[in-house]
Ligand binder design. Structure first.
Ligand code: HEM
Length: 449
């Protein structure tokens, strides 16, 4: 028998909390990651968070996640929550668009991410890491989170636009960060009252967005009518739909901004967590170093990666423990039944990837960092549909292969030169903003490799 979604068990957050959240001009400190784990342990793999008069239904059930993302993907849209957080800032790109429009855009953009195309970016990825490390010194304490952000930003710059737009791209980097911060704030503290009362922040965001759009439109214009230069933008410019039509100028701009925003912070965070977890797990680090030593000290290339399988196991296990996209949200496009409950059109549904990846019934001893889970012998035993760092189904991350190559190459290049240990006294804690990142950065001390 199907029951109404409102009967799904879960915590009821009192109305006054909602009022405080709505009135608060600052983000309230709240560990939403632990909250998801605690709720799943207490209420099960489908629970509701009832906040005032609204509800968010959270699932950590692999079968239901598969139903929502893959089997019945056509019955769901991305949730309004996401569009509210980022749509206004990044326009109508792949991350937020829907329906036939999204399908056409995805088809047009897909070739830019073909395996062969991406393998050409390996040298750029390694060069960006080496350039950033040029002024690292052993003995110093650095904020590795800042370094990883800078490296991945440079890579998204170069792979999207080529190498001849350096001045603009620095500014684009700053503007992107402003926009990401605004998206984070919006996602966490939905503060409509303050937004309306105090327009200052809104004006700053608007100014950043206008400047960013203008810069990117300028770069697109200068790329037009040029032969394929090997970058992603050249591919997007050359793309034609079945009727031979290219993307409109505005659409191109929105897709480029989307790739920019979606394409670097996630990978930077994955790398932060990799350095942090390896520092806590000397055995795994030693094994990885042994594998890397087969390169004899020369920088890694894309062609080396098949011979460095443990680096892939390590990154996969990092993405299990610390999925940079901690969750995914959807809403049904019509009333529907799922998991024995009836959900109304527009209901807020979320998958907590973070809680699912740490569910002891799915991943035994879940807090243990164990890259062997992804060894060729054991990977097949993983529970079905329970590992979703890049999502699944038609909306699976378009940059997943790109990101894995990038993360592994940077990881290897850094470990070849340095050992990293968490700075004494520095507490590392995960927080969920737009992505899962270390709260307040990641201070690490460098020593010689
Ligand atoms: C470790 C790094 C990354 C992680 C963990 C990650 C994760 C994800 C996830 C979970 C989704 C699906 C969201 C959903 O279904 O609601 C997604 C979508 C997307 N990602 Fe990534 N991503 C990463 C890197 C990248 C990179 C490098 C790019 C581009 C260069 C990128 C571009 C996108 C785009 C455009 C989408 C939307 C795809 C669509 O809906 O058609 N991501 N990503």
């Amino acid at each position: 028998m199907t029951r109404p979604a409102s009967e799904i068990p879960g915590p009821v957050v009192p109305g006054f909390t909602r009022i405080i959240t709505a009135l608060s001009p600052v983000r309230l400190p709240f560990d939403s990651l632990q909250y998801a784990i605690d709720n799943a342990a207490r209420y099960g793999r489908l629970y509701g968070i009832y906040l005032g008069d609204s509800a968010t239904y959270v699932l950590t059930d692999p079968a239901l996640a598969h139903e929502m993302l893959v089997e019945r993907a056509g019955e769901f849209h991305k949730a309004e929550m996401l569009r509210h957080a980022v749509g206004g800032l990044i326009g109508n790109g792949l991350l937020t668009s829907e329906g036939d429009f999204w399908r056409r855009q995805r088809r047009l953009a897909q070739p830019a991410f073909h395996f062969q195309r991406i393998t050409a970016y390996g040298d750029t990825m390694v060069a960006s890491a080496l350039a950033r490390m040029a002024n690292w010194r052993t003995g110093e304490t650095r904020d590795i989170a800042q370094d990883m952000m800078a490296i991945t930003l440079e890579i998204v710059n170069k792979t999207l636009f080529g190498t001849d737009v350096r001045e603009q791209t620095e500014r684009i980097g700053q503007l992107t960060l402003t926009i990401l911060e605004a998206a984070n704030d919006r996602l966490i503290s939905y503060a409509p009252v303050w937004e309306r009362l105090f327009k200052t922040q809104q004006r700053r965001e608007e100014a950043a967005k206008r400047e960013l759009f203008a810069l990117i439109e300028g770069i697109i214009a200068s790329h037009r009518d040029q032969p394929d230069r090997g970058d992603l933008l050249s591919m997007l410019l050359a793309a034609r739909d079945e009727d031979g039509q290219p993307m409109s100028a505005r659409q191109l701009r929105d897709e480029v901004v989307t790739l920019f925003v979606a394409g670097h912070e996630t990978t930077a965070n994955a790398l932060d967590w990799a350095f942090f977890t390896l520092a806590q797990n000397p055995e795994a680090e030693a094994r990885l170093r042994e594998e890397i030593s087969t390169l004899g000290g020369r920088p890694p290339t894309m062609a080396d990666l098949p011979n460095l399988p443990y680096s892939e196991q390590v990154m996969k296990e990092v993405l299990r423990l610390f999925p940079p996209a901690a969750g995914m949200t959807r809403e049904p496009i019509h009333d529907l039944d799922l998991g024995g409950y009836r959900f109304p059109k527009g209901a807020n549904l979320a998958i907590s990837t973070y809680a699912m990846h740490r569910d002891p019934t799915l991943f035994p001893d879940p807090l243990r960092f164990d890259p062997e889970r992804f060894s060729p012998a054991r990977e097949g035993e993983l529970p079905k549909h329970a590992y979703l760092p890049f999502g699944a189904g038609p909306r699976i991350c378009i940059g997943n292969v790109f990101a894995m190559f990038e993360a592994r190459l940077i990881l290897i290049a850094v470990l070849q030169r340095f050992r990293l240990a968490v700075a004494p006294g520095f507490k590392v804690r995960a927080e969920q903003l737009f992505t899962t990142r270390p709260r307040g950065g990641l201070k690490m001390v460098l020593s010689a490799a």
